[in-house]
Write a protein that binds this ligand. Structure first.
Ligand SMILES: C[S@@+](CC[C@H](N)C(=O)[O-])C[C@H]1O[C@@H](n2cnc3c(N)ncnc32)[C@H](O)[C@@H]1O
Length: 373
């Protein structure tokens, strides 16, 4: 706590007088007040600190916290109609996610406390943003650790099946009801822009989802091939490519692990490859296997690059930190027998800030590499 981390685990709590989801006063040794927190009677994370003093946690408090988060996003002057407005702990609103897609907000309440607070926070969000619809995408599995149901529920106004959104020059359709995460991988927006500064010629976008990288890179590439194992994602890429009049983007349903090997056998070559896999290490026990996975796809991708080609490679596994990911990339470069330089080391976009002292808020690594021979 002294180092700024807001979580207090069950094993560190000696007594409780509270109901599930209450905002509670936290007392330390000798009953010394430590601040106020959200209480959970189910999760190992029993307390999520809201304050480190005795100020009241009332409507004024919540409005100020939400306004602070929204003012920060407004100050970024993002060239997009979709972005993250609230990034949980890093906005001092622990376990609350709010994403904006045009006039629609998608929220996730990932603790008992935030779940109970939604009726208070949603009207405030509507007033602050002018949103015409608010959807709760409360289906992440972590909710079960809080004893909360996994559900998708309309909380305000109307939320259409498909919502139009724009990121820079790219227009797309977002399915907030069923799409992965809250609809898009908003955390990669700035990395897509960065990749567009290097990409050219033939581009391979692996783990493409709705074509976030593929569509952005199409403006600088001759040909873009997008791969994803989800049939729905592949249909959406094709629709988004048509929406943006990008006939040189093609999407294929494929397992990237198999397809990279297949392309290598065919002797295919690319000028830019994007690797944006799902989190391979969902927990600490999965790290060794995840490292093997990262090494494998990066090795294969490096072999498929032309000389002077760029590899935009990502890991969203919190459990594989920057150093470990760097190690997997280094090992891949050694085994690929190629000289590889690091062009940029990047992270999640600025609308997904990292709170110092809370490593859980830093999860996305994006490294841009270049082959020299
Ligand atoms: C992190 S998301 C990619 C986000 C995307 N790059 C973007 O910018 O929006 C990971 C994607 O990988 C896909 N996926 C998971 N395992 C896969 C595999 N073995 N082969 C191909 N795609 C896979 C998922 O369907 C998901 O769309």
């Amino acid at each position: 706590m002294r180092a700024g981390h807001p979580w207090i685990y069950r094993s560190d709590v000696s007594g409780v007088e509270a109901a599930p989801g209450d905002v509670v006063q936290v007392l330390g040794v000798k009953e010394r007040p430590l601040g106020r927190a959200l209480f959970s009677d189910q999760s190992q994370i029993t307390l999520r600190m809201l304050t480190r003093d005795e100020r009241a946690v009332d409507d004024r408090f919540w409005l100020a916290r939400l306004r602070q988060a929204l003012d920060y996003r407004a100050s970024l002057q993002l060239d997009a109609t979709a972005c993250r407005l609230v990034h949980g702990e890093a906005d001092l609103l622990p376990s609350l996610i709010v994403d904006r897609y045009g006039d629609v907000l998608v929220v996730q309440a990932l603790s008992q406390g935030m779940d109970r607070l939604l009726p208070t926070l949603v009207p405030m969000l509507v007033t602050l943003t002018g949103a015409t619809g608010v959807l709760a995408r409360n289906d992440p599995k972590v909710r079960t650790l809080e004893g909360l149901p996994q559900e998708v529920r309309l909380l305000h106004g109307e939320v259409p099946a498909l919502v139009p959104a724009r990121e820079g020059p790219v227009h797309c359709e977002v399915d907030p009801w069923h799409g992965q995460k809250t609809g898009l991988f908003l955390d990669q927006r700035e990395n897509r822009e960065a990749a567009a500064r290097y990409a050219s010629g033939r581009v391979l976008d692996c783990f493409s989802y709705n074509g976030g990288f593929a569509l952005r890179l199409a403006s600088v590439a001759r040909e873009v091939i997008a791969l994803d194992s989800s049939a729905d994602a592949v249909v959406r890429i094709a629709r988004n490519a048509a929406l943006n009049s990008l006939p040189h983007v093609t999407a294929r349903e494929a397992n990237v692990f198999d397809e990279l090997r297949h392309l290598e056998r065919l002797g295919d070559r690319f000028d830019c490859i994007v690797l944006d896999p799902p989190a391979f290490a969902k927990n600490k026990a999965a790290v060794t296997r995840a490292m093997a996975g990262y090494k494998e796809i990066n090795l294969r991708a490096l072999r498929l690059l032309n000389t002077g080609g760029f590899l935009v490679t990502c890991s969203c596994s919190y459990n594989v930190d920057e150093a470990l990911f760097g190690q997997a990339l280094y090992e891949a470069s050694v085994d690929s027998h190629r000289a590889v330089t690091v062009v940029e080391k990047r992270m999640q976009g600025r609308d997904h800030p990292v709170l110092l002292g809370v490593p859980e808020t830093y999860y996305l690594k994006c490294v841009i590499l270049r082959t020299l021979d």
